[in-house]
Design a protein around this ligand. Structure first.
Ligand SMILES: Nc1ncnc2c1ncn2[C@@H]1O[C@H](COP(=O)(O)OP(=O)(O)OP(=O)(O)O)[C@@H](O)[C@H]1O
Ligand SMILES: N[C@@H](CCO)C(=O)O
Length: 310
């Protein structure tokens, strides 16, 4: 395959878990970041826009590290790179920014390297880098991705991708204060009771079936979780109240997005949104949480090469 000399990739942000599908279920949505990459004399990393300010602008930047790993795995010399990145999605809010960055860097570097790897290979590399396949799968393939980590690093990641129900709209409630994924994973127990395991297996299975078959009526039940949301609620003011009340105020279902602190409500119509928004506003003001709300749609395409030059 011919090598590209410059490439630009657009990557959707994503939500993970959707309630019970911890580390397993992801969905891409219409909030994008971009990675432009070309081989250069000397490495330069340009970070455009407010969301990426403060990240390293040298070879310790995640984008460069991931790209360098791809060249090494392809058995090629690691080049100096000019990287220009931007993100409409805020970081450390549970919107899969690290996954989007990993996917963007892998897709871009693979083009520059002459496409030695398939998208399934990139999925395997991204999943091991991120530690779980939910966000990276959604950002790479778009839609809903259900996947599970295999035992060994060289095995393909088994996954199914499908289009989410057309009628699904997303209200993302994004707190101004960040929450690191590491902190939100550290509050989880190491052991769970048999009842809680059975509860989550049942709800996660129902969630996947409901999404695949467009059974929006089942989402409020299917999105219930006992594995992470109850423990993370103490780190996310407003979560318990929104999970408890969203369905009575127009939502099809509500969930912590990834590791949080963003909370997502799924809804169908403008009228539903009209009931949901004041409820969210009331909860967040009672909790004293500064936030912004964004209306989003699922993304169906995943990471796209939007510009390439030979
Ligand atoms: N475009 C980017 N360039 C370089 N590093 C990035 C970029 N986007 C994200 N990162 C890295 O990823 C980190 C955020 O990852 P983290 O897992 O804490 O949050 P998240 O991915 O936004 O949320 P979640 O995993 O819960 O969905 C940032 O602090 C930064 O180190
Ligand atoms: N599934 C992950 C997503 C965040 O990276 C979690 O909930 O911790």
């Amino acid at each position: 395959m011919a090598r590209q000399s410059a490439v630009r990739v657009s990557i959707p942000a994503s939500t993970a878990n959707l309630g019970p599908g911890f580390d397993t279920v992801g969905m891409a949505f219409s909030l994008y970041s971009s990675v432009e990459m070309s081989v250069a004399e000397k490495t330069v990393i340009e970070l455009v826009g407010p969301e990426l300010q403060g990240l390293p602008q040298n070879k310790s930047n995640l984008l460069y590290e991931v790209a360098a790993d791809l060249f090494r795995e392809a058995g090629q010399a690691v080049p100096e790179l000019h990287i220009r990145a931007s993100s409409d999605a805020p970081l450390t809010r549970g919107l899969g920014s690290s996954a989007a960055a990993i996917v963007g860097a892998l897709v871009a570097a693979n083009q520059l390297a002459g496409q030695p790897f398939s998208r399934e290979d990139l999925f395997r590399m991204a999943s091991w880098r991120e530690g779980h396949p939910d966000n990276v799968g959604a950002s790479l393939f778009g839609g809903v991705v259900v996947a599970s980590m295999p035992e060994n690093e060289d095995e393909p990641i088994p996954f199914v991708r499908f289009g989410p129900p057309e009628a699904l709209h997303i209200l993302a409630i994004i707190p101004n204060a960040p929450l690191s994924t590491e902190k939100a994973r550290n509050v989880l127990p190491t052991l769970y009771s048999k009842q809680d395991v059975i509860y989550n297996v049942g709800h996660s299975s129902l969630l996947v079936a409901a999404l695949a078959h467009g059974r929006l009526d089942l989402l409020s039940q299917a999105m219930k979780d006992r594995m992470h949301q109850p423990y993370r609620a103490k780190l996310v003011p407003g979560l318990s109240e929104i999970l408890a009340g969203a369905n009575e105020h127009g939502a099809l279902g509500a969930t912590l997005s990834g590791a949080g602190p963003t909370i997502l409500c799924f809804y169908q119509t403008e009228a539903d949104l009209g009931r949901l928004s004041p409820f969210v506003e009331q909860v967040m003001s009672e909790q004293g949480v500064a936030y912004r709300a964004m209306q989003l749609k699922p993304d169906h395409h995943g990471a796209q090469v939007v510009f390439e030059e030979r």
